[in-house]
Every structure is written in C-alpha cells, then in structure tokens.
Design a protein around this ligand. Structure first.
Ligand SMILES: CSC[C@H]1O[C@H](OP(=O)(O)O)[C@H](O)[C@@H]1O
Length: 351
C-alpha cells in the first residue's frame, strides 16, 4: 500500500490526516490556504519535509484561486500569504525554506497567469525532489548498518513525514528493497504519540519487526537489548550541527552516549539552516496544555494543572555521531562540513 502524505490533485490538495492514524486512514481535501494553515498547526500534516511540501502547495492553491490581472498587487498579496503560512509552526525550517523558494520563483513572473503556473510547478518540483532526496538518505543511512541490526528511533520521521521513504526510517525502506532485515524499537513519543500511532503503524505496513516502548523505557532498553544505533529525524539543524527534533531526542542522545551507541540524525539538506548559528537560536514551539493533560479527549491530569509543553528539544552537536544527508554522512567539525556542503550544493544548483 503506497501511503502519500500530501498530493496535488485537480487544483486542490489532498492530505492524509495523520491525527486519525492508526485507527483510520482518512484523506482530506484542502481547498483554501486557511485549511492548509490549520492542517499544519493541528498536525494533520506533520514532519518537516511534509510541512514544507503542503505549505508550498498552499501558496499554489491561493495563487490559482486569486482573480487578478494586476501583477504587482498579486505579488504583494502573495507575500502576505507566505507570512500567513509562516505563522503556522516555528521550528521546522523546511516550512520557511519551501515557501521562500516558491516566492523567489513566482517573483520572476511577467504576468499573473505565469505566476500561478510557476507556483504550482515549483511546489510539484519540491515534492518530486524530496522523493529522491529521502531515498538517498536511506541509502546513506543503510551504509552505516548491517543486515540484522536493530535501530531505536523516536517520533515519526517516516514516509508520511516526507514525500516518500522518510528520513530516519528511510534505511528501513531501502533495506526492504535490498532484501536486508532491520529491526526497530520505536519510542511512543508523548504527548502526541507519533511513535506509537505513526512509526509502529508505518513499519508494520512495511513488514518490519518493530517493538513499541514508552519513552521512559529507552534507558533500560538501550542497556538490556542489543541496539546497534539510534537514528532520529530533524526539524532544524543549526550551522554548528546542534539539532532540533521531537521532544525526548536530546535525552535519547545522552542515553546513547552513556551506552556507547552511535546516535545519528537523518535529514535532507533543506533542514540545515546556516542562518541559525547554534541550537540556542532555534525557536522551540510550545503547544497547548491539553496535549499533555488529556488523552483522546479524556482528562488524565487535574483541571487547571500547570503544564510545560515544548514540542522539540535541541541535541548538542557533540552528542551526534553523524548527520545522514542525501549527499552522504557528515561527521566531525559540523560547522566546516555543513558550510562546505552548502557551497557544493549551491554550486550544483548553479550548474
Ligand atoms: C522527517 S521530519 C520528522 C520530524 O518532525 C516531527 O515533529 P512533528 O511530528 O511535531 O512535526 C519530529 O520532530 C520528527 O523527527
């Protein structure tokens, strides 16, 4: 079964509503940019690359719907719509990378009609590129593992968090294609439970041996089970390699260090943000208290309980064994290596 997180269909956007998984596979049609904003804010679409892709289609959707022949006014309003989508979630840099790429392309238009076509074409290009990017991340990640290895992961950095294959889970897809066996331990990932609801579901669909644990079991599991590596996704990688990812990732990195287990971040180049110098500069989203005080609508804490609900934390680069990208595995002096990667990528794009 090929599950796709986001699809551009007949000038509308079709999303897999990830809040309904694993109990129901429900696809929703988004017909306004407000629907797109809501789908990101309420995690119907989540995962850094998928957020970028749906936001790019959101701008294309707005452009297609706009009745205007005045290019200057159209472009002014288009940039306001970019700012509107930018307000949906603050941490995943792919959101900003994608909508800024669309705006840059559309501003080359010589007419409103051309601007509309450029918006759709560029959003489709972003989605198509992400498929090959994540496949290459899977190949580079698999090169670090052996047949029969066991990998621990947190949250969901799978196919539904991207265009296809995923990032941290991409090695599992490539292993399957090559007839290799990888096993997984998935942390449930409180409070939104992306691990139990999405990763366990996604890996079962793939036919992978996946064991679900609560987040509090991670230390004991790393101590008592044969875990060969921890591989996680990313929402924003700073210029020095500090990485923001789902809350709980930093703790997992400390535990991996304590048990001398390699800890890898898997992410596309579009998640690397050289304008963010260190992890201290990464905006960390704080979400509603109800995500913690309630479970499926039922209170699991006393009314009016004070809550701290950061959706992400930052893993310092010194705890990261390597960053698995589509260009290879980056190690060591991340500042130098990521800057070099950036200049190579820019050179490639300019070819
Ligand atoms: C492939 S990016 C996945 C990344 O995004 C997740 O956050 P959220 O579910 O809140 O969008 C988590 O940090 C994953 O590692």
């Amino acid at each position: 079964m090929t599950i796709q997180s986001v699809e551009w269909k007949n000038d509308a956007i079709v999303i897999l509503d990830q809040q309904q998984l694993p109990n129901e596979i429900i696809y929703e049609h988004l017909t306004t940019i407000e629907h797109v904003w809501e789908s990101i804010t309420y995690l119907k679409v989540r995962g850094a690359p998928a957020i970028g892709i749906v936001a790019a289609f959101g701008l294309a959707l707005w452009a297609r719907s706009k009745q205007s022949n005045h290019l200057e006014l159209f472009l002014d309003e288009f940039e306001k719509q970019r700012d509107y989508l930018a307000s949906s979630r603050p941490t995943a840099v792919n959101l900003f990378w994608a909508i800024d790429r669309i705006v840059k392309k559309v501003k080359r238009a010589q007419s409103v009609a051309e601007a509309k076509d450029l918006a759709v074409a560029e959003a489709l290009a972003i989605q198509k590129e992400d498929v090959q990017t994540c496949r290459r991340i899977g190949e580079n990640g698999l090169s670090l593992l052996k047949d029969g290895n066991t990998v621990m992961t947190i949250c969901n950095a799978g196919a539904i968090a991207t265009a296809k294959y995923g990032t941290a889970l991409a090695p599992f897809y490539l292993a399957k294609e090559k007839g290799l066996t990888l096993k997984a331990f998935a942390c449930e990932t409180r409070p939104v439970l992306q691990g139990s609801r999405l990763t366990a579901w996604e890996l079962q669909q793939l036919g992978v041996d996946v064991t679900l644990i609560t987040d509090s079991m991670a230390a004991h599991t790393l101590k008592t089970k044969e875990i060969n590596a921890v591989i996680v996704g990313a929402d924003r990688i700073a210029a020095n390699g500090d990485t923001a990812n789902k809350i709980g990732t930093y703790g997992l990195a400390l535990l991996a260090k304590a048990h001398d287990i390699p800890f890898y971040v898997a992410a596309p180049f579009s998640t690397i943000d050289l304008n963010t110098l260190t992890g201290d500069d990464i905006p960390i989203e704080e979400r509603a208290a109800e995500e913690i005080t309630h479970l499926q609508g039922k209170a699991i804490a006393p009314a009016a309980t004070k809550v701290f609900n950061p959706a992400f934390d930052v893993t310092p680069s010194e705890l990261i064994t390597g960053i698995i990208t589509e260009y290879g595995v980056v190690r060591g002096d991340y500042q130098t290596e990521l800057t070099r990667l950036y200049s190579n990528e820019i050179e490639t794009l300019q070819v």
